[in-house]
Ligand binder design. Structure first.
Ligand SMILES: Cc1cc2nc3c(=O)[nH]c(=O)nc-3n(C[C@H](O)[C@H](O)[C@H](O)COP(=O)(O)O)c2cc1C
Length: 162
């Protein structure tokens, strides 16, 4: 089973989680970075506005092939109750994902907000042909707790082997 973890992280929490998943499960780890990086202020103003509209940011890398991947993990923070515009951008640049399983992870302050964002991410990912096979919401306590992250990694492992 080959896993590709694709993540966006603005302030580092999601990166920590993505790196941990990658350390345990191997495969590829890809960080998506917006062409126009957000500052603390522009994340709140422009970033939230774009998240609310469902806009997709141009990202680097500008193409991601999933041809040789069995399971894709998409991980991002929640902005304004939505997936980030950077993650929306990721869904524009992936190819070869048709029929491939996807496990979605969001990090957030508040789990309720995370569940809202996951529902949207699931729908966007399905639109690209990916098949949702699991999800995880890490709120501000869970994101720094191995007691939450390790079971999540085991769920991702199972999603890849079923
Ligand atoms: C611009 C912005 C908007 C946010 N909006 C929400 C939100 O609507 N709901 C929530 O629970 N957390 C929200 N957060 C908190 C982040 O989702 C949370 O801190 C996340 O773990 C940060 O991940 P990162 O360090 O990988 O960027 C927001 C943070 C930022 C910077």
């Amino acid at each position: 089973m080959k896993i590709t973890v694709i993540y966006h992280s603005h302030s580092g929490k999601t990166r920590m989680v993505a790196e941990k998943i990658h350390r345990h499960l191997g495969g590829d780890l890809i960080e998506a970075v917006p062409h126009q990086q957000y500052s603390t202020l522009s994340a709140v103003t422009k970033g939230c506005y774009r998240a609310l509209k469902g806009s997709a940011d141009p990202v680097t890398p500008d193409s991601i092939s999933l041809e040789d991947t069995d399971l894709v993990v998409l991980a991002c923070p929640v902005w304004a109750g939505k997936p980030t515009p950077v993650m929306n951008g990721v869904l524009r640049v992936i190819s070869g994902g048709g029929g491939k399983r996807v496990f979605m992870v969001v990090t957030c302050n508040d789990a309720k907000s995370g569940h809202q964002a996951i529902a949207l991410l699931k729908s966007h990912a399905s639109d690209t042909g990916l098949v949702p096979s699991g999800e995880g919401v890490l709120d501000k306590q869970a994101v720094i707790s191995d007691q939450a992250i390790i079971p999540l990694i085991e769920r991702i492992r199972s999603a890849g082997t079923i």
